[in-house]
Design a binder for this molecule. Structure first.
Ligand SMILES: [Cu+2]
Length: 501
């Protein structure tokens, strides 16, 4: 509505100017041609100078007014290592073109004032001036050369790939209509291979090749979370049309091209929290985040870095937004530990799994870590006592023969016992309630003995432990269900206390 009123006012002013010029035409007819033309020239020349002043003041004032909401200035200075150089380049270009802009505007309007038609002034004509030609060719050549060369340096710097052996966090962004899939490499630090022929919506959205072990621990993240100060290499892909991976606050912008992976390497230098503190000091960000709730949080408090698609890729283009969180290293490590592998959650032991029924190195590593955590928690506790269920110790049915797979768990136990020589313990064998009590008791004793001899064979001293069969006497779950019975058939490592001295 206000816009309409302003437009109306401008239109009316234009009408008035046209009418005034008609009046002056009439006046010239009355007063005589020449003096009327001189008067009109004077007036036009005067207003041109006024226009120039108003225009230049408007340019400067509007630039200053909007400074704090433009990338690169005030609160929105770059949050990445190379970003400052790109901003610097923009500023150099702005200063160079700004000087030329102001000078040419002043000359343009001042000349039309100074050299307007006046009584007794005669124009001078000259066809050629070598000095002038040299000046207006030479100066732009020097300035342009400087801009292009310094631009090349910044370009090479910003677009450089990771050097061989350099530490980097590899992630992958795949754009499609209308979202991004963000894939992290998992604990092995390597992103698994993929093939578009393997893409199955809902089952294998990226076409990951499950026979590549690097894929096993890869996980998909809903937000992009990255540690501050670490180099990140984003590999950028598209599944359908052109998209563009744009992180405005980090001055990262790269096309996502179907069939042609691109990349961008950058290093975040400010955490989300630090950036909010940077915004906090500026009035533009001290306003309510939500106009409907003026008492609610302010804009700086709700700020998040974002990933946007900067290619108009279809009608859902606007929804290709993701939050980017930059955190301290400890928080990043905690977040990583909470993520779970796409393969383990969705593919493991299904018909799509080429390793169905096999034990994977990745799983062995996971078991090792969880056993270690349990063990350390008990040893570090006040009492120093507690029981660990050795989940991955298996026997042949009805026998005390250890299955081959058990060696992973038992070797982990040996390592922990060697690292903590003060620990003494009991090995407990347990069965379910099927079969008669006496044979269950003897089977459980035989199984505990079998684990004991394995440990002894690996050099764990006999005086640190005892082996005891409990038969069916100590169930942990109901023996009425198959799962309950399975849980009751178990081998336990009971840490009794720390050996004195
Ligand atoms: Cu897009």
């Amino acid at each position: 509505m206000i816009g309409l009123v302003i437009f109306g006012i401008i239109a009316l002013i234009a009408v008035i100017i046209v009418q005034l010029s008609k009046v002056s035409d009439l006046a010239s007819a009355i007063k005589g041609e020449e003096s009327a033309r001189l008067q009109s020239n004077n007036r036009t020349a005067f207003w041109l100078v006024i226009f120039m002043i108003v225009f230049l003041v408007f340019c400067v004032v509007s630039a200053l007014y909007y400074k704090n909401v433009m990338l690169g200035y005030g609160p929105l200075t770059s949050a990445s290592e190379h970003g400052g150089k790109i901003d610097g380049l923009f500023n150099t270009t702005l200063i160079a073109t700004g000087i030329v802009f102001v000078l040419t505007q002043i000359l343009l309007f001042w000349f039309s004032y100074k050299y307007r038609e006046q009584k007794g002034h005669k124009p001078v004509f000259f066809a050629h001036s070598t000095q002038l030609e040299l000046l207006w060719t030479g100066v732009p050549v020097v300035v342009m050369t400087y801009l292009v060369v310094s631009g090349l340096f910044v370009w090479n710097d910003s677009m450089a790939d990771v050097a061989a052996g350099e530490e980097v966090i590899d992630i992958e962004a795949t754009g499609y209509q209308f979202a991004w899939d963000i894939r992290y490499p998992g604990p092995d630090g390597k992103i698994g291979t993929k093939n578009f022929r393997l893409i199955e919506p809902g089952i294998n959205p990226l076409g990951q090749d499950w026979s590549d072990e690097k894929n096993i621990d890869d996980f998909m993240a809903s937000d992009i979370v990255l540690p501050v100060g670490k180099k990140v290499r984003v590999s950028i892909n598209s599944k359908d049309v052109l998209h563009n991976f744009y992180l405005p606050h980090f001055r990262v912008k790269m096309d996502a091209v179907p069939g042609l992976p691109t990349y961008f390497v950058f290093t975040p230098t400010k955490t989300t929290e630090e950036f909010r503190q940077q915004l906090k000091d500026y009035p533009e960000f001290q306003v309510p985040f939500d106009d409907i709730d003026p008492e609610g949080p302010q804009r700086w408090e709700m700020f998040d870095f974002e990933l946007a698609c900067a290619e108009l890729c279809g009608k859902g283009h606007y929804s290709m937004r993701k939050v980017v969180r930059i955190v301290e290293q400890e928080e990043y490590d905690r977040w990583l530990a909470d993520q779970s592998s796409y393969y383990m959650d969705n593919i493991r032991n299904t018909d799509d799994d080429p390793f169905k029924g096999e034990l994977l190195g990745f799983e062995i590593g996971r078991r090792k870590n969880s056993l270690k955590n349990e063990f350390i928690d008990i040893v570090d506790s006040d009492s120093g006592e507690g029981t660990i269920n050795l989940e991955y110790v298996f026997f042949d049915t009805g026998s005390a023969n250890l299955k081959d797979d058990s060696k992973y768990e038992l070797d982990n136990v040996v390592t922990l016992l060697n690292e903590n020589p003060e620990v003494i313990f009991e090995l407990g064998g347990h069965t379910d309630s099927q079969g008669d009590d006496a044979s269950n008791l003897s089977l459980s004793q035989a199984r505990a003995d079998s684990v004991a001899s394995y440990l002894a064979g690996k050099g764990i001293s006999n005086d640190r432990f005892t082996a005891r069969g409990y038969g069916e006497a100590a169930p942990v779950q109901d023996n009425d269900t198959a799962e309950g019975r399975q849980a009751n058939r178990r081998t336990e490592l009971k840490i009794l206390s720390k050996k004195e001295g």
